[in-house]
Design a protein. Sequence first.
Length: 156
Amino acid sequence: MPSEVTAPDVTQTRPAKAHGTDISHDLRLAVMRLARRLRQQRADHRLSFGQMSVLSTLDRHGAMTAGALAAYEQVQPPSMTKTVGCLLEAGLVTRTPSSEDRRQVVLDVTPAARSLLDEDRRRRDAWLASVLRELDEAQRAALTQALPVLEVLAEK
């Protein structure tokens, strides 16, 4: 009979080196694990992560062309065309002629997509808030101080 596997005590992990590869390795693992946990909190709406990312980008940055959206999402235009097609079919994205160039079409989220995104964000924010409440004051302060640095890394 196999023995039960227990999760490691993450409060007792070795500190990352301030300079060198250990911090990049440890940060990558921590960010990946946290992202995985946040993805597990998604509402069940049958959209892929790529589709949700496209909706989120349009919601945050406003209407844009498929080409601009593909560049922002760092995917090839044919992939974006397929993703947008699925979202159009689901009634989550609209296509309207560009006010600047009538030959171009801009994409935007529908009210249904905005509602779906709001629910998804609410669920993940609630989960993260509950986890953060379990941390002590010093741990929350350390995270607060690290947030600007994490934002800089995320924008690179």
